[in-house]
Design a protein around this ligand. Sequence first.
Ligand code: G3H
Length: 241
Amino acid sequence: MKKLAAGNWKMNGRTAQLTEAMALAAAHPSPTVDVLLCPPATLLAAMAQAMVGTAVALGGQDCHAAEKGAHTGDIAAAMLVDAGASHVILGHSERRADHGESSADVAAKVRAAWAAGLTAIVCLGETEAQRDAGETLAVIGAQLAGSLPEGASAENTVIAYEPVWAIGTGRTPTPEQIAEVHAFLRQNAPDAGIRLLYGGSVNPGNAAAIFALPNVDGALVGGASLKAADFGQIITALEAA
Ligand SMILES: O=C[C@H](O)COP(=O)(O)O
């Protein structure tokens, strides 16, 4: 299975930062791994223009469950496609927390993404309190069952394991903890070919060790994806894994 390095710019980036995407594409002209950038929606169309002729694919960071309509401020999956996206991140813990998204909400968005032809990157992860209480696999199992509708396959879905306590904190789980959750996901995902990404404080210094773990098929990278040099090193580590 081809590995995937996905960068989530979150609510960061202006037109001036398109140079980072262009530098990344120039440094990885024909990567042996899939490279995906998910800029804020405001930059998607411009980044798509800048990435023409490169191997870098683009994704959105959320979409609405409805095809269109009176939903001020929201973005439909087909609009992401129209702007140049092939993927969309759904159910990120920041959206589950900031916008109260339940797994049922995420599943509805996944269906909308598939209907528009997008690959859904579905995020799952436990809080620190849940891990301390020994609930990690129960939480991940419930999110997996609730967030993935019938029909999830390697072609239309990627799963990202992102422990909430590891996001943007500089803290990462132990190799054993990552391997345990990824083994659980491999066993319980509806299609064994679905790519499993790890996300949470991945950086050039820890990427190789994370990518060496079984059932880790790539990464969903936040902060370190904003700089082409850093994200490039992570891609290189994935190529070498
Ligand atoms: O979507 C990306 C993740 O939330 C990881 O973010 P981070 O690499 O800044 O910890």
